[in-house]
Design a protein around this ligand. Sequence first.
Ligand code: PRP
Ligand code: URA
Length: 242
Amino acid sequence: VRPKPVPTQCVGPDYRSESQKPTAAVSVDVEFDTVTVLPQTPQLIALLSIIRDKDTQRGDFIFYSNRIIRLLVEEGLNHLPTVEHTVTTPVGRPYDGLAFQGKICGVSIMRAGEAMEQGLRECCRSVRIGKILIQRDEETSRPRLFYDKLPEDIASRWVLLLDPMLATGGSAIMAVDVLKSRGVPEERILFLNVLASPEGIRNFATKFPNVRLVTAFVDQGLDDKNYIIPGLGDFGDRYYTR
Ligand code: PRP
Ligand code: URA
């Protein structure tokens, strides 16, 4: 009997050099400057490893997905405008800081995108949230729009569009088309996404050269059913029903 190999211990942010990282653990490079991939820290890779594992049960899937979503929201908020703002500290000294500027709202692509609403609410108290119900046809992978309900003044807000999965890009593209049809300029849309395929990124970023996209990881590609690989399966099913 051969002894089980001892896993290499991984320490610190640069836990392995880029050339030594296992292929599937390295986010694919992106050539669009509107796309931000979260820093590939050991924490993030460990969280992604949990939610990708087919044996992870629903409670853990929800808990660890929520942690990644929180990282995405915090990074996404860095893309919103600020103004210089000086405050006085309790010891009477000035602090030349910043203040947030502009009104925001969240828009989730139902159903899986709704899983990202809580992370946004935790960072932005009483944030307004709109919904767009888009479902991908299981046979053709084409998106179908069923419903939308958006804040009336959405055209004057920054919009954080929420969907954890970007596979072919069809659903996210359809959602941005809805936002644009309500007067939201591309420059004020920020798409927050957990897992993307290179194809989805390319389709989305080419169609909308001024929409910013923040993702936690760009995977290897799509399979013959247009599922992301290695992926994590069906996010909505794993978060809500399985
Ligand atoms: C999933 C996912 C995205 C879409 C991604 O939703 O949440 O919305 O598929 O695929 P695409 O980039 O090829 O369009 P789905 O339609 O399966 O519905 P769900 O949210 O109810 O799971
Ligand atoms: N939707 C998902 O939930 N997962 C995929 O891999 C593709 C679309």
